[in-house]
Design a protein around this ligand. Structure first.
Ligand code: 3H9
Length: 678
């Protein structure tokens, strides 16, 4: 392996350069090289100042996460940072790209930091279930104060170079050539007293105003619920104000090690690599090239069609949206505009951006206007006949090399593709509602979908900020197929005596934002209802017949006042009790543990089947689907990783105990003592 670190002399300035693609992670060889570079500077009296910079697309993006599960190799990052800071000659970090985690900590150990305007700085360790472990939690508050440090450390979102300058994290934002500017900056610091962050007095703002910690907790309560790392991050930042530097660093180390040993960080690191793996398609010919998508057509301007359109408009891709009637078209485009305007009101986009996005939208009532689109996505009523009609029509009018996609959530893509003359250019693009917000995109690969068509979908997903996962064809694909298993048990449990709000509570306690009955209320209980109030065969029929259609009607399983927080309804429980009595299953108290196992273990079993059948490419893809599409708690790593932490033998035992099916694949894995995820 070539040495990732080299040095260059520019007269009296030594430039230490890292070239460790793709993101200059601070692996062992990089740390060793940095140590060597600083020692070289110390040993040579001709060197008066040092610049540390990176080649490639970014400054160090952090510690090398792949090393966390391997035996440690010296020197460790905290020592390297201390060595940099202790250097007797001024050391300047010259930042471009993203200085993240350990990379930001290296910058904090440098005596000065300068960056290009497009650079970003941050401590995203909490997103991996960790806190910074190379004294970042102690140096940063000393430099910028606890109040400014807190969101960086505890939320993990990076900040712009401009903001970093405002809070004092950067000494300068430079417009010209970064290397030249850094060398010039370094020369200007020669012979001046060297500012060392660890030697700064404790910043007192967290002590004089301790409310900042509780305020932060309160303001972010919903986002942080269940996560361990943010609390540790808050504690570490607090310690930076209370303790001498060395003790603060020790506290940080203890907290860091606790988290590193815990399951949450293992789960979140699993997820980090899972998300990146999901975008890769196994067995595609190496020379597969994505096709250019310059213009997108959407059939249907309803909730889904509108939401899908917004993804492309926001990414600067023109959209032609088709409806059958003027009124539907007007309503649909009106909602798109309203959504953009309300985002602008919240200050997240400018009024110009609203107009720019809307200017890319062409509403139409004519199929022929979709003729020159590179991709057309159908988002009409979930019915095979209706969808096939749309595809027949599209196949006739849209140019030959265009891709045709269906937003179906359940239906067989092969059957849809079969009515066209181009089945190899047909695939599923299953967006999740609200489609402009939810990150997940299931890319459904038909039997005949061509590799470059699939690759195009994956590349496009990245462009519009989605996390795409490839699924094979089956009823409900990866996500909804597993959801059905959970719903089956939720329905069975209420017949056996569990209260529906208890079931929701168990799921919320587990970490979901809501339970299955709250979700039904949000989605609308009447989705797929036969619409005959006289035909009451299920609990759902009874609720619909009673006008309890969900949140939109002010009542569903729950009664809703002004807010979205529902209260359990006696009327609904009476309906359930009536059906339960008819079912003859009897009624008993059901413990939370049984509820949890019966809802979640069948999902694991279904996931195992999905893997075995090759519907999902890898177990981690299933985790990506559930975390991004259904609110499965990230800190458990997703259903497959979670099952591994529970132990597959225990899952199998639980399924058997509850009289539920166990797939051969799951049983075999459990018996072999293997895991589903790697
Ligand atoms: C830390 O620093 C702890 C310290 O406080 C304490 C130490 C004692 N390591 O995301 P991309 C790979 S914790 C190893 O697709 P982008 C990634 O897997 C770390 N590998 O690119 C992918 O591989 P592949 C704190 C890494 O342009 C490839 O690089 N830092 C690492 O969309 C490209 O990645 C972070 O948490 C890593 N640190 O986004 C930052 N980072 O091609 C994590 C990336 O085989 N990284 N890879 O799939 C990121 O947020 C994004 O990668 C970044 C680039 C924004 C940098």
């Amino acid at each position: 392996m070539t040495d990732p670190i080299r040095t260059e002399r520019h007269d009296d300035v030594l430039v230490i350069i890292s070239d460790n693609p793709p993101v200059n992670a601070l692996g062992a060889a990089v740390r060793q090289g940095l140590e060597r570079g600083i020692k070289e500077a110390e040993a040579n009296s001709g060197i008066k100042a040092v610049v540390i910079r990176c080649d490639g697309r970014t400054f160090f993006a952090g510690a090398d996460i792949t090393e966390f599960t391997k035996p440690p190799v010296q020197p460790m990052l905290p020592e390297v940072c201390d060595l940099i800071e202790a250097c007797s000659k001024p050391v300047i970090a010259a930042i471009h790209g993203t200085a993240l985690g350990g990379g930001c900590e290296v910058a904090l150990a440098c005596h000065y930091r300068i960056a290009v305007p497009s650079a970003k700085l941050g401590l995203p360790e909490v997103k991996l279930g960790l806190i910074p472990g190379a004294a970042g939690t102690q140096r940063l508050p000393r430099l910028v104060g606890a109040e400014a440090a807190l969101p960086l450390v505890a939320s993990g979102d990076p900040i712009s170079a401009k903001r970093a300058k405002v809070i004092g994290l950067l000494d300068a934002v430079v417009e010209g050539d970064l290397v030249e500017e850094a060398i010039r900056f370094a020369r200007g610091r020669i012979g001046k007293p060297i500012p060392r962050t660890s030697e700064l007095a404790n910043n007192r703002d967290g002590i004089t105003n301790p409310a900042i910690f509780d305020d932060f907790r309160q303001a972010n309560a919903r986002k942080l619920r269940g996560f361990e790392a943010p609390n540790a991050a808050i504690e570490a930042v607090k310690a930076a104000g209370e303790l001498p530097y060395a003790q603060g660093v020790q506290r940080e180390r203890e907290l860091f090690m606790q988290l590193m040993m815990g399951t949450q960080s293992a789960a979140m690191r699993h997820y980090f690599f899972a998300e990146r793996a999901a975008n890769k398609i196994d067995n595609l010919p190496a020379d597969t090239q994505p096709l250019p998508i310059r213009k997108v057509g959407i059939v249907g301007a309803g909730t889904m069609g509108g939401g899908i359109s917004m993804n492309f408009l926001s990414a600067g891709i023109p959209v032609t949206v088709l409806e059958m009637e003027d009124s539907a078209l007007e309503r649909g485009t009106g909602i798109i505009r309203k959504n953009y305007e309300s985002t602008a009101k919240k200050g997240r986009i400018t009024a110009e951006q609203v107009e720019q996005a809307m200017s890319l939208l062409t509403p139409t009532l004519e199929y022929i206007d979709l003729a020159d689109c590179d991709l057309v996505i159908e988002a009409v009523y979930e019915n095979m006949g209706v969808k096939q009609d749309v595809f027949r029509e599209l196949d006739k009018v849209v140019k030959d090399d265009a891709i045709l996609a269906s937003n179906t959530s359940y239906l067989d893509i092969n059957e849809i593709a079969a009515v066209t003359s181009r089945p190899e250019q047909v695939l599923g693009l299953h967006f999740f509602s609200p489609a402009n917000v939810m990150r997940l995109l299931e890319v459904v690969r038909g039997d005949r979908t061509r590799p470059d068509v699939l690759a195009t979908a994956m590349a496009l997903a990245k462009k519009i900020g989605k996390v795409a996962v490839v699924s094979g064809v089956c009823h409900g694909f990866i996500g909804n197929r597993m959801l059905a298993k959970r719903q089956e048990q939720a329905n069975a449990l209420i017949m056996e005596g569990a209260k529906y709000w208890e079931i929701d509570e168990v799921m919320v306690e587990f970490g979901f934002p809501m339970g299955p009955f709250q979700m039904a209320d949000l989605a609308g209980i009447d989705i797929g209802w036969h619409r005959d109030p006289a035909r009451v065969e299920t609990v759902r029929d009874a609720l619909c017949a009673a006008g309890r259609l969900g949140q939109k009607a002010g009542k569903g399983f729950y009664d809703y006042g002004d807010g979205r927080q529902g209260t359990p309804s006696e009327e609904v429980q009476e309906i359930i009790t009536r059906f339960s009595a008819q079912s003859g299953k009897g009624s008993r108290d059901i413990a939370a543990e049984e509820i949890r196992e019966r809802l979640l273990y069948p999902m694991v079993n279904e996931g195992a089947l999905i893997l075995d059948e090759g519907i999902a490419q890898r177990a981690s893809d299933i985790d990506v689907v559930w975390i991004n599409g259904y609110g499965w708690p990230l800190y458990t790593g997703g259903p497959m990783f979670w099952a591994d932490t529970v132990g597959l033998a225990k899952v199998v035992e639980g399924l058997e105990q509850h009289g539920l099916p166990v797939s051969g694949y799951l049983r075999q894995k459990a018996e072999a003592g293997e895991r589903l995820t790697r």
